[in-house]
Design a protein around this ligand. Structure first.
Ligand SMILES: [Zn+2]
Length: 80
């Protein structure tokens, strides 16, 4: 499922390793919010998502999309 990137995100950064942009924003998925996951980190190019309870955790995961975005994981080690 591809997530919509909000305008009021907390951070948007380019990951040098994967060459994708990663956005940290407030979670808006009702299922995740019900589990107490209030923050989400999104790989902008792929729509890969990981949710967190704290903003700090979401920001800590942002530099490493190759650890949680399934598409970045597939691309790792690929030559282009
Ligand atoms: Zn990705």
């Amino acid at each position: 499922m591809r997530r919509r990137i909000k305008r009021d995100f907390v951070q948007r950064r380019l990951c040098r390793k994967t060459r994708t942009h990663v956005v940290v924003q407030r979670e808006d998925c009702p299922d995740a919010l019900a589990d107490g996951l209030k923050w989400t980190t999104i790989c902008e190019e792929h729509g890969g998502v990981v949710s967190h309870m704290t903003q700090k955790a979401a920001l800590e995961w942002a530099p490493h999309p190759d650890e949680w975005c399934p598409f970045c994981q597939e691309r790792e080690g690929e030559c282009d």
